[in-house]
Design a protein around this ligand. Structure first.
Ligand code: UQ1
Length: 446
């Protein structure tokens, strides 16, 4: 789940900028070309993990590797659901981005403006030109708040109980809203289409349900007579894309009296009314007192216009080697890539070593023989103190670490998984993963 955002600038600039390398090096001194062996776009989970794993290979000297990202802060986004449940503060989950980048790596605090993949250089928004031998594109995904009419206004209104866990500014409004609701209808949405961390929309709901239950406002055994009513309105037709975990989550939904509004895609908010679109184009309006929204998401414009994207706008790489389908010196991982798996930080733990191995192999002219199997994971909070640890690979096939080692069925909500999610993962992330020494289910990397 990449964490940084690299903004794109004018596409017009791309058209007017010279595309030959000769031309680029002849630019004025203020825009002098800087050359690196590997340039990594993005200082999020993928960008930091990959650049530090590359550095730790011992193959690179100072400034051989560069990271480009305009962000000031790096956020541990998997923790935002915990903030939304009142379990952590958003401030404790962030670090200044520059403090996470090794001194031997050159950090460009800029946005990428344009790509020139035929000529191996990038143009930055400050006019600078950066040359590379190998390029890693990992700037994450963009959240389109404007995709739902009325959402930006509703989020900005401190009196509304409309919030989203998918942003630093709003992830704490979620818990304030949950606490403020004393009665009425609570709706939790999930859009049709790609989102990062597909489980987050319902994690928030399960925590909220538990909160209202403990406050005496919700009785799962008698939902229709409860002070609070809860609906999960999702653009897709199930609770979760992987059948094994879907069965469990659907069972929980029914057992806990949550109304399932499937194939309901939120398109607008008008006061206390939420308007949903159905697959047949019909619009359905629901009144709400609390609304947790998950906006639609999509590739950053500069990724879409990079000349490296597939039709959907994501970087077009081979699903097993992570190498670009047309440019052999370009690689991608994380949310910006078109890997057909769920976009999570856990997925990065498996993608990064494969990308790094294959990139180093290709530098030596060797075969790119490491294979990514699509591993991803979603620790699903199902109540305070319990987590279902969904882990799966391509094809939605479960690949459960603790089932393999200890025979523990990970569809059962467990306290030990809750502590992994709440305490262990945030700790291992900043202490080891972004430094290039954590391999997820494979443990520590030497
Ligand atoms: C993981 O390594 C990780 O990052 C630190 C997560 O947090 C974002 C995870 O959610 C998961 C599942 C992993 C994978 C590690 C193990 C031990 C299953």
């Amino acid at each position: 789940m990449p964490i940084a955002r690299v903004t794109s600038r004018s596409i017009l600039a791309a058209r007017t900028f010279p595309t030959t390398r000769k031309f680029a090096t002849a630019l004025p001194v203020s825009s002098a070309t800087r050359s690196h062996k590997v340039v990594v776009i993005g200082g999020g989970s993928a960008g930091l993990t990959i650049s530090h794993q590359l550095l730790r290979s011992g193959r690179f000297a100072k400034n051989d590797i560069a990271v480009i990202d305009p962000a000031t802060w790096h956020h541990y986004q998997p923790g935002w659901t915990l903030v939304s449940g009142g379990l952590k503060t958003k401030e404790e989950l962030r670090r200044p981005l520059d403090s996470l980048i090794d001194q031997k790596i050159k950090f460009y605090d800029s946005s990428v403006d344009t790509f020139s993949p035929q000529d191996n250089f990038l143009r930055l928004d400050d006019g600078g030109v950066v040359d590379y031998e190998q390029l890693v594109v990992a700037p994450g995904i963009s959240i389109d708040y404007g995709s739902i009419k009325g959402l930006p206004e509703a989020l900005a209104n401190p009196d509304s109980l409309v919030s989203t866990t998918y942003g630093y500014h709003t992830c704490d409004k979620v818990f304030h809203s949950i606490k403020k609701l004393r009665q009425g209808v609570a709706i939790f949405t999930q859009p049709a289409g790609i989102v990062k961390c597909g489980g987050a929309p319902q994690k928030i709901m399960w925590l909220a349900l538990d909160h209202w239950k403990r406050a005496g406002l919700y009785d799962p055994g008698n939902p229709s007579n409860s002070t609070v009513n809860i609906s999960f309105a999702t653009g897709i037709s199930t609770m979760f894309a992987v059948p094994k975990y879907n069965s469990k989550l659907e069972e929980l939904r029914q057992k806990r009296g949550v109304e399932g509004l499937f194939q309901h895609d939120l398109i607008a908010i008008d006061g206390n009314r939420a308007i949903f679109s159905r697959p047949d184009g019909e619009h359905i309006t629901k009144q709400f007192d609390l609304l947790h929204v998950v906006p639609k998401m999509g590739p950053h414009a500069f990724v879409q216009n990079s000349g490296l994207a597939d039709e959907a706008g994501y970087i077009d790489i081979h699903p097993s080697t992570l190498r670009h389908k047309r440019f052999p010196n370009i690689w991608s991982a994380g949310d910006a890539s078109n890997l057909p798996t769920s976009k999570t930080a856990a997925a990065i733990t498996a993608q990064a070593p494969v990308l790094v191995h294959n990139l180093l192999q290709s530098l030596d002219g060797n075969e790119t023989n490491a294979v990514y199997d699509g591993y991803t994971s979603c620790p699903l909070l199902t109540e305070y103190g319990k987590v279902v640890l969904a882990e799966f690979k391509y094809g939605g096939e479960p690949q459960e670490t603790f089932n393999t080692w200890f025979g523990i069925d990970q569809t059962v909500p467990r306290r030990v998984f809750y502590h992994l999610k709440k305490d262990f993962f945030p700790w291992v992330y900043y202490k080891y993963m972004v430094k290039g020494t954590w391999g997820g289910p494979k443990g520590w990397i030497k």
